[in-house]
Design a protein around this ligand. Structure first.
Ligand SMILES: [Zn+2]
Length: 281
């Protein structure tokens, strides 16, 4: 509509130039000046900072406590302040969209999702998963028209993270069963973010990442042959899924993962710069 307006505006100027005494050059100068004004103000509008975040630091802290976020609960007070700041910043950069009947986005929902991203990257410099701007939340599993089946979560290359809230909550309710949809999808997002922007960030140490990739492929074959207690690791169809499942176990069953697969545990500990087995012990 606005594009059409510009076209009509230029046409009127040209017609005026033909039918009045004003020269074409003068009309073009006027058009250029008006176009410059329009460009300046529209650019300013586009680059305008996002509106102030609805959540305050106090609300973030309250939500982290009331939702019983296990990882946050075991942090020291100075660490909690850093964690809260990161959650606040993460939320400020994402658009949370409710999908499906009855789904309403609350501060608690945003905080719990952000807390998974922050937990995963807490040992690294602050990271906002900038490729992923939108988080879609369904109340329950949703039907994927692409894969022709119901999903509980996914991370796609268009920069969207999709979650089933029921599955997300089930995952966070028990922090020791090795199942956590939020951490799983954030692990996919981290992996994808790192491969999309190689060199742009140094959040994953290249040496540790190479080590992880070599080790995870070899270890998965060994796990399948020796029948690891972690059946989901054996069944992971590719290295991306293997990484996401290992992240869940790393945080929720660190002692068992370290005991059963010490090299895998150590490689991930190096990569994420965290050592949950020491905190659990
Ligand atoms: Zn997955």
């Amino acid at each position: 509509m606005f594009r059409h307006f510009k076209f009509v505006f230029l046409l009127v100027l040209l017609l005026l130039a033909f039918f009045t005494k004003v020269s074409l050059q003068e009309m073009l100068v006027v058009a250029l000046v008006l176009y410059g004004f329009n460009y300046f103000f529209s650019t300013r509008t586009k680059n305008k900072p996002q509106p102030a975040q609805a959540e305050t630091k106090e609300e973030i802290r309250k939500a982290l406590i009331s939702t019983g976020t296990a990882y946050y609960a075991q942090l020291s007070e100075p660490q909690r302040l850093v964690f809260e700041e990161r959650v606040l910043n993460f939320i400020g950069q994402k658009q949370f969209i409710a999908r499906g009947e009855g789904m309403v986005i609350t501060t608690e929902i945003k905080v719990q999702i952000a807390a998974c991203a922050v937990q995963l990257t807490f040992g690294l410099p602050e990271l906002h998963f900038t490729h992923f701007r939108t988080i879609l939340i369904y109340p329950d599993r949703y039907y994927s028209t692409i894969y022709k089946r119901y999903h509980c979560g996914e991370v796609n290359t268009n920069g969207i993270i999709v979650l089933s809230w029921r599955d997300f909550e089930t995952g966070t309710r028990n922090a020791q069963d090795g199942l956590n949809l939020g951490l799983h999808e954030m692990a996919h997002a981290l992996h994808q973010e790192n491969s999309l922007h190689p060199g742009a960030y140094d959040f994953l140490n290249q040496e540790y990442l190479t080590c992880w990739q070599c080790l995870s492929e070899a270890e998965q074959s060994r796990m399948q042959a020796e029948k690891s207690v972690f059946r989901r690791l054996c069944a992971a169809p590719d290295t991306h899924e293997f990484f996401a499942v290992t992240v869940e176990l790393f945080f929720e069953m660190p002692l068992l993962l370290e005991k059963e697969h010490p090299e895998i545990y150590q490689a991930l500990s190096n990569l994420l710069n965290q050592d949950p087995a020491r905190q659990a012990g």
